[in-house]
Design a protein around this ligand. Structure first.
Ligand SMILES: Nc1nc2c(c(=O)[nH]1)N[C@H]1C(S)=C(S)[C@@H](COP(=O)(O)OP(=O)(O)OC[C@H]3O[C@@H](n4cnc5c(=O)[nH]c(N)nc54)[C@H](O)[C@@H]3O)O[C@H]1N2
Ligand SMILES: Nc1nc2c(c(=O)[nH]1)N[C@H]1C(S)=C(S)[C@@H](COP(=O)(O)OP(=O)(O)OC[C@H]3O[C@@H](n4cnc5c(=O)[nH]c(N)nc54)[C@H](O)[C@@H]3O)O[C@H]1N2
Ligand SMILES: [Mo]
Length: 766
């Protein structure tokens, strides 16, 4: 059994359990965030950063993509506990200088946990790892660019290089990056979206003609019913709770669908209001449906079936027949399909009683302003695209899209993941974008589609891709099948990371490796004596400016746009048709270029300077469905169940309250009552007894997909309120178990929420 402890060290930190919390945020949230901030920097820098966070003339939170209020923003605290932690992590004054890298070998750093690695500090100058070397050494920016250009020029085709992007990259940097990559000659532009909301993008594109959500924040406030599926907003989008609170005040009903009774879905104490501080809590969820993992398809069909029953009894009272007739296709086929189902079967398949299903259907029955919100609990399954289309089916039956207070709300992850796509970071670009690049710049971009994340891992593993360049992120730890991905990266001739913080992808590297340190959101960016800002697009399609205000921790850092321009000049040389030099002088030039290439950015420089920014056009918001049929499309798809053998369980890999993806802020998961330990597996009490285990016991986790044994050793069993045969562990510790070969149909997203595992007692001691 290969343990790969350099990929995830196995060490227990001292588990303490408390009762799961029933109220989110409030004063404990404020205390927790201040603790993290003050550990990382002095109070002056902390106050300076937090005062500017998410203000109209400040910087965009590097945490999640939840939108800022269009109208009034709280002058002191337009952020959440986890946004403050994100800032603490980024704006830390600890730095990794050459002495640090001289004193710490790759092997010794690899033995640290992700939490320990992250706490080391910001990378302070470009670093190089020579072939066979054990330590990174300092390198000049020029030498680093020459190494990259040299390796890229030696490839037999540009398609042997892969250019990854994580979702913090600004619009400006993302636009330049795809421009460089396409002029170089490939569409190998995988991004974190491939592991995140790709299933939503595909489903919504097919169903309503745009891969983004349709609602605005004001719609959420006005909704009559909000259905939240597969999402844990209390931890991952805490400011969404404020919007839900407003909706509740306006009379909304909230239905939550989740295998876990997540605290943030239950009650909320808003720390930014007097009421919150005085402990007056808002009860959020009215109907809680504790679904089995991936039971959502059956659940959604059950709701549709119940609505159909009532519509047939009293025609025209439940479905919006005029909307359906005028704006949709495929209604008859869908209804015929729906009739083939029995409520009792659907109820068994999703694990929700018929009574509860009827209660939820009744809440939807005579309402039109319905919003569905979802995140990774839906997107990371084999049938994710069909499940999301089933959500749209339900909204279409009710005519609940393209009107105020109603529509689709896929809640995005990284703060600019949506903007990066808008800028053309996509392995399958539309021809229209490529033609535009050709007319504006006069080079011929490649039309052949490139690798997404999973394809890129396979290509590097086979040796078909030889150079890996990442604009942010932590590819090794974020991707599935960690041992397989590690081999893929190790097969490369060169791996390059443009990064703020040290992470495991720097330690599992190609023959040569480079780390290029860049500014984060909070850093002040001055070019040619002028303060620059960048722009980001949030989850609801609002483009805003973001301007850092903190003094960078090292004079060797560069901004992402400048790094791309300089790298492009080194790679493409004087042949390039792009005025890279000009783009580094003032970012307005980049935005002028974006305006010429990307639709919806007219008067970009002017409109983005307007406080609060501007909304991008969105057909599904206004009821114009730019699909293949010109209408919104119903979809017919079956309920699929994953058969489990008696010794097998389904595992979802989720986030704790103290992490941002692979960045581990702390070791607590306060709301779920788990403290000071991440190597835990949440199990149903009866499953524990049936398997002959006890809570607190240490077990090893196995996956056997495709005849490969994958093992994650050393996890402590925590008895938890979770449906039978369902388990949960934290990402990224269990990514070793996620088979690279189990992906969502059509979107190719790793099925990180439905991993089939076996659980065996371990020889490892607590
Ligand atoms: N603080 C913080 N904020 C973040 C992040 C972070 O790591 N930390 N990450 C950012 C990113 S990139 C993203 S994509 C988002 C992620 O935001 P979420 O999607 O909320 O994150 P996960 O922890 O993956 O949570 C998935 C939720 O879905 C539930 N779930 C799992 N499987 C199923 C299922 O089959 N059906 C249903 N109905 N529910 C299921 C889980 O119980 C859990 O509540 O958050 C963003 N914001
Ligand atoms: N098993 C499992 N796997 C998952 C998921 C899951 O739910 N379960 N979720 C998936 C999802 S939704 C996502 S989005 C991916 C995330 O995948 P990634 O986006 O690749 O991972 P992150 O952990 O967000 O990346 C963190 C690193 O980004 C760098 N960084 C931070 N800020 C900046 C910046 O401003 N500029 C630059 N250049 N670098 C910066 C730092 O060096 C930091 O170490 O993971 C996916 N993987
Ligand atoms: Mo994400």
């Amino acid at each position: 059994m290969a343990l790969h402890t350099e990929l995830t060290p196995v060490r227990f930190t001292g588990l303490k359990l408390t009762k799961p919390a029933t109220v989110a945020a409030g004063v404990p949230g404020v205390v927790s965030s201040m603790k993290h901030v003050l550990e990382a920097m002095n109070a002056f820098r902390a106050v300076k950063a937090l005062l500017e966070l998410n203000q109209k003339d400040g910087f965009d939170c590097p945490g999640c993509a939840w939108p800022d209020p269009d109208d009034e923003r709280s002058p002191i605290a337009e952020y959440c506990e986890n946004g403050a932690k994100a800032i603490a992590e980024e704006a830390t004054t600890r730095k990794l200088d050459p002495a640090f890298f001289a004193a710490n070998s790759i092997a010794s750093l690899g033995a640290l946990s992700d939490y320990e690695i992250g706490k080391k500090g910001r990378i302070a100058q470009p670093m190089y790892l020579a072939p066979g070397a054990t330590h990174y050494t300092p390198v000049s920016w020029e030498e680093a660019y020459r190494t990259i250009a040299g390796q890229l020029q030696q490839l037999s085709t540009p398609d042997e290089a892969v250019f990854y992007t994580s979702g913090r990259t600004s619009n400006e940097a993302a636009f330049l990056y795809q421009l460089m990559v396409r002029e170089y000659g490939t569409n190998n532009l995988p991004d974190c979206s491939n592991m995140c909301h790709e299933s939503s993008g595909v489903a919504l594109g097919e169903a309503v003609g745009i891969g983004k959500g349709s609602v605005t924040l004001e719609d959420v406030h006005q909704a009559e019913v909000i259905v939240i599926l597969g999402q844990n907003p209390g931890t991952n989008h805490p400011r969404m709770l404020t919007a839900l609170q407003k909706a509740k005040a306006n009379g909304a009903t909230i239905i939550a669908v989740n295998p876990l009774k997540e605290t943030g879905l239950l009650n909320f104490l808003n720390p930014q209001t007097v009421k919150g501080i005085l402990q007056v809590k808002t009860h959020l969820t009215d109907i809680f449906l504790q679904v089995k993992i991936n039971g959502d398809m059956a659940l959604l069909k059950a709701l549709a079936l119940l609505l159909l029953e009532e519509e047939e009894k009293n025609p025209g009272t439940v479905f919006d027949q005029s909307f359906i007739g005028n704006n949709t296709t495929g209604y008859d086929e869908y209804i015929t399909h729906l009739r083939q189902h029995r409520l009792s079967d659907l109820s068994a398949a999703c694990g929700i009683t018929e009574e509860q299903l009827r209660q939820a259907a009744a809440a939807l029955m005579h309402k039109q302003k319905i919003i569905a919100c979802w995140a990774m609990g839906l997107t990371q399954h084999k049938n994710a695209v069909d499940t999301i289309r089933e959500i749209v089916n339900l909204l279409l039956l009710k005519g609940s899209i393209g009107k105020p207070g109603a529509g689709t709300c896929p809640v995005r992850g990284h703060s600019n993941v949506q903007g990066d796509r808008t800028m053309g970071i996509y392995e399958k670009p539309a021809n229209a974008l490529l033609q535009k690049l050709e007319t504006v710049y006069g080079f011929k971009p490649p039309y052949k589609h490139g690798y997404d994340v999973v394809d890129a891992i396979h290509a590097m593993h086979r040796g078909d891709a030889k150079v890996f360049i990442a604009m942010g992120g932590n590819f090794l730890s974020a991707t599935p099948d960690t041992a397989y991905t590690a081999q893929a990266l190790r097969n490369c001739r060169l791996t390059v990371h443009v990064s703020t913080k040290l992470n495991r992808s720097h330690l599992v590297h190609g023959r040569e490796a480079l780390i290029l340190p860049c500014f984060g959101r909070s850093d002040k960016d001055i070019q040619q004596q002028q303060a620059q800002f960048v722009t980001c697009e949030n989850s609801m399609g609002v483009v805003q400016m973001s301007k850092g205000n903190l003094h960078p921790i090292s004079e060797h850092l560069k901004s992402e746009p400048v790094i791309v321009c300089e790298m492009a000049q080194a790679i493409l040389g004087t042949q390039s048709k792009v005025p890279w030099q000009q783009y580094t002088q003032h970012y307005d030039h980049i935005r002028d270029a974006i305006e010429k290439v990307i639709p919806g950015f007219d008067d970009y420089n002017k409109r983005v300077r307007h406080p609060g920014g501007f909304y991008l056009p969105n057909g599904s918001r206004t009821g114009q469905f730019n699909t293949n049929t010109g209408k919104a499309n119903f979809n017919v798809a079956p309920v699929t169940e994953m058969p489990l053998r008696p010794e097998e369980y389904l595992m979802m890999t989720i986030r704790s309250h103290d992490q941002f993806n692979t960045t581990i802020y702390g070791l607590d998961d306060r709301y779920r009552g788990v403290h000071h330990e991440r190597r835990v597996i949440f199990m149903n009490q009866e499953d524990i007894a049936r398997a002959g285990f006890t809570a607190g016991q240490v077990v090893d986790l196995y996956n056997y997909h495709g005849q490969t044994e994958r093992v994650a050793p050393g996890f402590i069993i925590v008895a938890y309120d979770i449906p039978a045969r369902c388990t949960a562990t934290y990402f990224p510790e269990t990514n070793v178990l996620v088979p690279v070969g189990t992906v969502a149909d059509k979107s190719n997203t790793p099925a990180s929420k439905s991993v089939i595992i076996q659980i065996k007692s371990s020889t490892i001691k607590r």
